[in-house]
Design a protein around this ligand. Structure first.
Ligand code: ZN
Ligand code: MN
Length: 267
């Protein structure tokens, strides 16, 4: 078996050795416990972000920490809504606090870079705030060697991949919840956890341009999915996963593995 990249498998002395280089990179997958329709498990966002983190860690020689398995409240226009059974969420302040504590702990122990690999749309800004507050707590200022980074994996899907995954046209990231992207990735990475025989095909959700609270429940399709997962396949998932892991590793590698190129000073 390959050497594990997961911190949960490491012993304390191996972890210490990794820190001793002064160059350790720790990736933290972030997901949710959220309904994803009748055909996908509640842990889909956490499962997928963990797989992306693992693939990237193997390419970069980084480590993967325990995921944050709960996310910020599901919003109707991106996750169907927080009122749906199976969706169990954190308040914004709680998620900020968790992110802040984790970044502070890892940087305090000598990790050089902490990277949140996000898989749940609603989390992003709270993770950003958690990193910012942790850096403030530690007195880390621009120009310092240590840093916190964050990204959502779907931002790395290329135009070319989109064309191949959605031959009929891309419906948009906002209504991808429980749709072709997540279902194809799950079919590629965790086929035993997908129930394609339970998939319900139907029209995509039609949602207003505003947010309204409390939500109007009828606006979320009865499946809980915002677009149909019909047309999903393991092959599309493999294409998506391979391309995203490659591009993510290239971007993070050139950012974190080498000293920045010296600025060109005109003679
Ligand atoms: Zn999801
Ligand atoms: Mn989600």
């Amino acid at each position: 078996m390959d050497k594990s990249v997961f911190l949960e498998d490491l012993d304390a002395f191996a972890y210490r050795e990794a820190l001793a280089s002064g160059e350790a990179i720790v990736l933290i997958p972030v997901g949710s416990l959220e309904q994803h329709g009748p055909h996908l498990p509640l842990g889909t966002d956490t499962i997928l972000s963990s797989h992306f983190a693992e693939g990237v860690a193997r390419r970069l020689g980084a480590l993967v920490a325990q995921p944050i398995a709960y996310g910020y409240k599901s919003q109707q226009k991106s996750g169907g809504g927080n009122h749906l059974p199976g969706t169990v969420s954190l308040d914004g302040a709680t998620l900020i606090g968790v992110a802040r504590n984790l970044v502070k702990s890892f940087l305090n122990q000598g990790v050089r870079h902490v990277v949140f690999i996000n898989g749940h749309f609603e989390n992003y800004q709270f993770l950003y705030e958690g990193i910012d507050l942790a850096l403030e707590d530690l007195g880390i200022k621009p120009g310092a060697e240590q840093s916190g980074l964050l990204l959502s994996y779907w931002d790395f899907v290329s135009e070319q991949t989109l064309k191949e995954v959605y031959p009929g046209g891309f419906p948009g990231w906002d209504i991808e919840h429980g749709g072709v992207l997540e279902t194809s990735l799950m079919l590629h990475l965790e086929p035993a956890r997908v129930a394609m025989d339970r998939l319900v095909d139907g029209p995509a959700a039609v949602l207003p341009r505003f947010d309204r609270l409390p939500v109007v429940p009828e606006r979320t399709p009865a499946t809980g999915c915002l677009s149909s997962a019909a047309g999903s396949s393991a092959a599309k998932g493999g294409l998506l996963y391979g391309q995203v892991v490659r591009d993510l590793a290239v971007d993070l590698g050139s950012e974190l593995l080498h000293e920045p190129a010296p600025a060109v000073v005109p003679a």
